[in-house]
Design a protein around this ligand. Structure first.
Ligand code: FMN
Length: 353
């Protein structure tokens, strides 16, 4: 059976124009990543998790995560925290920033987050988890979604108990990454739990975990009844996995790979500033240039270079045709000045680059 990934579906009143979603990933899902994901076929993109404490304290870097571009939409901004009042306030910021959905993180397994009562630890406190959802849903007119793991402990089935309660509390959609928090990213995602969750709730469910190809996406959609599949790690430095999942199997040329990487670098600089982008981008070189696209030592060479201008120059030397591909890409992109919807935010966040 071939499932149509271009089929539209809805989260509350928000129309999602396809069944492929790009995952939120801390340290990865910057605006450049989300925009690229939309261009390559993701129907919905999501910010990385944004700290509600950071929003509460007007932390400049945190507020920078609330940049929303017109070409990203529909866009979910994900928040994490454990205090209902702070969560509600953060959700209002997300709404003012121009997002289409507020996503709540009930899945982060990292100690720094769980020890504060946020992320995956909320799955062990369903009452509080529901209070948080109710507080956020009551604070904004946007639909609220929740992303969660199967539970905290290995083998947990907590998501099946908590999921329906979250919907009752006001969640308009659920995303399930069916690994335990303890598992982190080891083992495999057990999508039989996704199928069970789909049967228990009357809101759309997004399946996250180990979606790495069109075949896998089709199999998970067919076996779970999920509304959509979410792609995370497979899309790091590899937006072509999105086109493959959507049905275009053409592999990118070296020129295309380098042009996309250079565009990503330039957008990251615009977003993060040169200094932060320099460190942020290092992990992307290997991700882009791997997959047998370039010899391994090339990446090592790039991470040793002293500036992004040097990296760009070296990339163009290795793939001279990339300049032309990049020119074409730039011509087709919307003017960045037209895209940023920050005017409605209660305070200026332009300071931090
Ligand atoms: C580096 C990294 C950062 C992540 N950050 C977040 C996050 O901020 N919020 C979230 O809900 N999930 C986060 N995740 C989980 C992913 O969204 C996704 O559920 C998980 O990676 C499984 O999907 P995959 O197998 O397609 O990668 C992160 C995953 C990775 C690898």
């Amino acid at each position: 059976m071939n499932i149509d990934l271009r089929e539209h579906w809805w989260i509350g009143p928000v129309e999602i124009p396809g069944r492929l979603v790009l995952a939120p990933m801390a340290g990865v899902s910057v605006q450049a990543f989300r925009r690229q994901g939309r261009r390559f076929g993701a129907a919905l993109v999501c910010s990385e998790m944004v700290s509600v404490a950071g929003i509460q304290h007007r932390n400049e870097r945190t507020l920078g995560y609330l940049r929303v571009g017109g070409d990203e939409r529909p866009l979910a901004i994900q928040i994490f925290g454990s205090d209902p009042t702070a969560m509600a306030e953060a959700a209002r910021f997300v709404e003012a920033a121009g997002a289409d959905l507020v996503d709540m993180n009930f899945g982060c397994p990292v100690k720094k987050v769980t020890k504060t009562g946020a992320g995956a630890s909320l799955l062990d406190d369903p009452g509080h988890a529901c209070r948080l959802v109710a507080a956020v849903a009551g604070a904004v007119s946007l639909p609220v979604s929740v992303k969660m793991r199967r539970g905290v402990a290995d083998g947990a089935r907590t998501c099946l108990e908590v999921g329906p309660k979250l919907v009752e509390a006001g969640a308009a959609s659920l995303t399930l990454h069916p690994r335990s928090a303890k598992q982190m990213y080891t083992g495999s995602a057990d999508h039989s739990l996704t199928a069970e969750l789909v049967s228990l709730v009357d809101v759309p469910v997004i399946a996250s975990g180990d979606i790495t190809s069109r075949a896998r996406a089709q199999a998970v959609l067919a076996s779970t009844g999920a509304a959509a599949v979410m792609v995370g790690r497979a899309a790091q430095g590899n937006p072509w996995v999105l086109t493959e999942i959507m049905g275009d199997e053409r592999r990118p040329s070296r020129d295309e790979v380098v042009a996309e990487l250079v565009l990503f670098m330039r957008e990251s600089v615009r977003e993060l500033g040169e200094q932060r982008a320099f460190g942020f981008l290092k992990k992307f070189y290997g991700w882009y240039l791997g997959h047998g696209r370039f010899p391994r030592p090339f990446k090592q060479e790039l991470v040793m270079l002293p500036s992004l201008a040097d990296v760009e120059q070296r990339l163009f030397a290795a793939a001279p045709g990339a300049r032309l591909v990049l020119e074409r890409l730039l011509r087709d992109l919307p003017d960045p000045a037209d895209e940023v919807l920050l005017d409605s935010l209660p305070i200026s966040i332009y300071g931090g680059g």
